[in-house]
Design a protein around this ligand. Structure first.
Ligand SMILES: Nc1ncnc2c1ncn2[C@@H]1O[C@H](COP(=O)(O)OP(=O)(O)OP(=O)(O)O)[C@@H](O)[C@H]1O
Ligand SMILES: N[C@@H](CCC(=O)O)C(=O)O
Ligand SMILES: [Mg+2]
Ligand SMILES: [Mg+2]
Length: 444
């Protein structure tokens, strides 16, 4: 059921003295875009009449077909707590429509809705996501530019005074709570300057909207503390990178479809088929869940990030971990995803992979309950454990060869995504990096 009606929004805007509204959406690369309108334009926006030039947005459309419309999702209405003196600022997250009134296929949010429809046709009512985004806080210099200087030397679960990020993190939590987030935990992560804030799971679409809002709030509040927050997957060599573990579950009419009290590990057949689908397609969806050149510097042994395709109910080295909680909290945690991923696209391909497992009743291999990082390559081959792609280039080739995952993106997004990422890889491949000079300048 819808949370807010058109009338609710007009009333709240008036009562709260809202003066500006940000109409937001996300492009294919995961960047939040927004156009700000004065309150006088709110009714027009609520009538789905706000137009913009789609050809100016990376990967959207060509110049000949540039008129696009923003359709606000009324349930995403939020008034920002850090509002200016001149009146409050609110936001609405929008879907993008073509001039003929059909949903635009290049809009990642529309695309996720399309895959969710497929899930509903299979009899499930909800696909839930609990994300665990990690990030680093670096100091800003006197010009307000980010440096590589960390603001603490803390480690996992450390307390102040080592954890100087604590006040900043607390402010972030307070702002998020004011915006309606239910924060479950916030703590210092393993690496110096690294933090994690976990919020309660929600249906896939809401959770992806929340991730985008979360990033905006974290960056905004960090800046007020003289810090730069980054969701770059591996900003520093030799310490943990930042992941965004995705905790996933399918529900049927309010019941967790992954839970079966009488089954082995209390995991239902649905959960097992879903896990099998994720494992089957993992190497191909990695380009989407780990979409930057830098993502692959994180997927290396020894830093709690996975590099092998396996599952376990116990340890943290495989791609999928099944956390101990059962009942309503029965879920699988996909540990490869990093926060540079476009959450809408990541959820679309993960769901598509899991549904393929369910449709085809795939059986997962036996769980691997040993530390895979220390297994010998021969032992891994014996257990049928394959490697995740080692570079963005490898990942893109694997994506191109997988029809199920391609279908999870739809043709429009698939093509634009591949084009943009091949350019990114080529730029990296041709640049001469400092490491090469360090190694070769005097050697040759
Ligand atoms: N049924 C469910 N479906 C999806 N997500 C869920 C479900 N139940 C709980 N969650 C979410 O799972 C996340 C759990 O995060 P938590 O940090 O406790 O996990 P963790 O993997 O044990 O932590 P870490 O990996 O940092 O050690 C939360 O976002 C929570 O809301
Ligand atoms: N930072 C680790 C995860 C640590 C954890 O288990 O929370 C990663 O790169 O995925
Ligand atoms: Mg963590
Ligand atoms: Mg986790």
């Amino acid at each position: 059921m819808a949370k807010y009606s058109r009338e609710d929004i007009l009333r709240m805007a008036k009562e709260e003295n809202v003066k500006f509204i940000r109409l937001q959406f996300t492009d294919i690369l995961g960047t939040i875009k927004n156009v700000e309108i004065p309150i006088s334009q709110l009714e027009k926006a609520l009538d789905n009449k706000m137009m913009f030039d789609g050809s100016s947005i990376e990967g959207f459309v060509r110049i000949e077909e540039s008129d696009m419309y923003l359709y606000p999702d009324l349930d995403t209405w939020v008034i920002f707590p850090w509002t200016a003196e001149k009146g409050k600022v609110a936001r609405l997250i929008c879907d993008i429509y073509n001039p003929d009134g059909t949903p635009f296929a290049g809009d990642p949010r529309n695309n996720l809705k399309r895959v969710l429809k497929e899930m509903k046709e299979l009899g499930f009512t909800d696909f839930n996501l609990g994300p665990e985004p990690e990030f680093f806080l670096f100091k800003l210099d006197e010009k307000g530019e980010p440096t590589l200087e960390l603001n603490d030397k803390g480690g996992y679960f450390d307390l102040a005074p080592t954890d100087l990020g604590e006040n900043c993190r607390r402010d972030i939590v307070l702002e998020l709570e004011e915006m309606g987030f239910e924060i479950e935990a916030s703590h210092h992560e393993v690496a110096p300057g690294q933090h994690e804030i976990d919020f309660k799971y929600a249906d896939a679409l809401t959770a992806c909207d929340n991730i985008q809002t979360f990033k905006l709030v974290v960056k905004t509040i960090a800046r007020k503390h003289g810090l730069h927050a980054t969701f770059m997957p591996k900003p520093l060599f030799g310490v943990n990178g930042s992941g965004m573990h995705m905790n996933l579950s399918l529900f049927k009419n309010g019941e967790n479809a992954f839970y079966d009290p009488n089954a082995d590990l209390k995991l239902s057949d649905t959960a097992r088929h879903f896990i099998a689908g994720i494992l089957k397609h993992a190497t191909s969806f990695t380009a989407v869940t780990n979409p930057t050149v830098n993502s692959y510097k994180r997927l290396v042994p020894g830093y709690e990030a996975p590099c092998y395709v396996a599952w376990s109910a116990q340890n943290r080295s495989p791609l999928i971990r099944i956390p101990a909680s059962r009942g309503m909290s029965t879920r699988c945690e996909i540990r490869s995803v990093d926060p540079s991923a476009n959450p809408y696209l990541a959820m679309a391909v993960l769901l598509k992979a899991g549904l393929d497992g369910i449709k085809n009743k795939l059986t997962p291999p036996a769980p691997v309950d040993r530390n895979i990082y220390v297994m010998k390559p021969e032992e891994r081959i014996e257990e049928g454990i394959v490697d995740l792609p080692a570079t963005l280039a490898q990942a893109l080739e694997l994506l191109k060869n997988n029809e199920v995952i391609k279908d999870g993106l739809g043709e429009h997004i698939f093509e634009r995504f591949i084009d943009a990422k091949e350019i990114e890889w080529d730029m990296f491949r041709t640049v001469v990096h400092p490491w090469e000079r360090e190694q070769y300048l005097t050697m040759y």
